[in-house]
Design a protein around this ligand. Structure first.
Ligand SMILES: [Zn+2]
Length: 251
């Protein structure tokens, strides 16, 4: 069995912006199984389509992006702007971890521009802690589809969008990883999110999604002398795995 990495991000296209480069490298260079999950299907990301219509379009775009890279796509099925730390959503993320059984988990920065990102980060942090605990989901008389994990997986946080928190203060990465060999494949994945071009121009003032991803990857690369890079911080609190597995695997 290959090792497995699971990226749990809030919205379709977040992984393609923040961590698809290292996911592509783990797949191509290490043979890892790669899973990308989004908490929502992006039902608010349109000025033209009704929520159910755009959600269906964006689920298909998320799957197409993952298919182009040999990844598996999951959608937790929540609604945009309604990701929040609660029992129901924590149970759903924990069940996802139990099903995918990752060695490494990636999620959003705890401090980011969007509450869905921050709440996803908190939910994933809690779920990584919960997933090896037998008493958390598994109760006498209640059947769970998957057993608990054996241990807490390695947990890494992606850069916040534009590398800053809600006050505009920089959030520097603890380390950055060169993604220059896979930048074109990362752009291909992002290109699959066709519905977002007009929306991001209207609502976020972003003219060219792929170019803004390339510009951001270039700025992270400059710090380590590489054409393109992605930045990360590792969860190093008590009881979490301490070794920088991503750094060891990808240099
Ligand atoms: Zn997002």
């Amino acid at each position: 069995m290959p090792d497995t990495v699971l990226a749990v991000l809030a919205h379709p296209d977040d992984a393609e912006f923040l961590c698809a480069g290292i996911l592509l490298r783990l797949r191509r260079e290490r043979g890892w199984a790669v899973h990308v999950a989004t908490m929502t299907a992006g039902d608010c990301g349109s000025a033209e389509h009704a929520p159910d219509e755009i959600a269906a379009i964006r689920r298909a775009e998320g799957k197409a992006a993952c298919d182009s890279a040999g990844f598996t796509y999951h959608c937790v099925g929540l609604l945009d702007l309604r990701v929040r730390f609660c029992d129901e959503q924590l149970n759903a993320v924990t069940r996802l971890l139990n099903a995918v059984r990752p060695t490494v988990v990636l999620t959003h920065s705890p401090d980011d521009y969007h509450l869905d990102h921050e709440q996803t980060s908190t939910l994933v942090r809690a779920a990584t802690f919960a997933t090896p605990i037998g008493n958390f989901l598994h109760r006498p008389g209640h059947a769970e589809p998957h057993p608990p994990l054996d241990a807490i997986p390695h947990l890494f946080y992606c850069d916040p969008l534009e590398g800053k928190n809600l006050f505009g203060h920089p959030v520097p990465p603890a380390f950055s990883i060169d993604i220059s060999t896979v930048i074109d494949a990362k752009a291909t994945m992002l290109d699959a999110h066709e519905s977002q071009r007009a929306w991001l121009r209207k609502h976020h003032g972003v003219d060219n999604l792929v170019q803004s991803m390339r510009d951001w990857s270039t700025s992270r690369g400059a710090a380590i002398g590489a054409p393109y890079a992605e930045g990360f911080r590792q969860h190093l609190g008590h009881s979490y795995p301490q070794g920088n597995l991503l750094g060891e695997l990808l240099g």
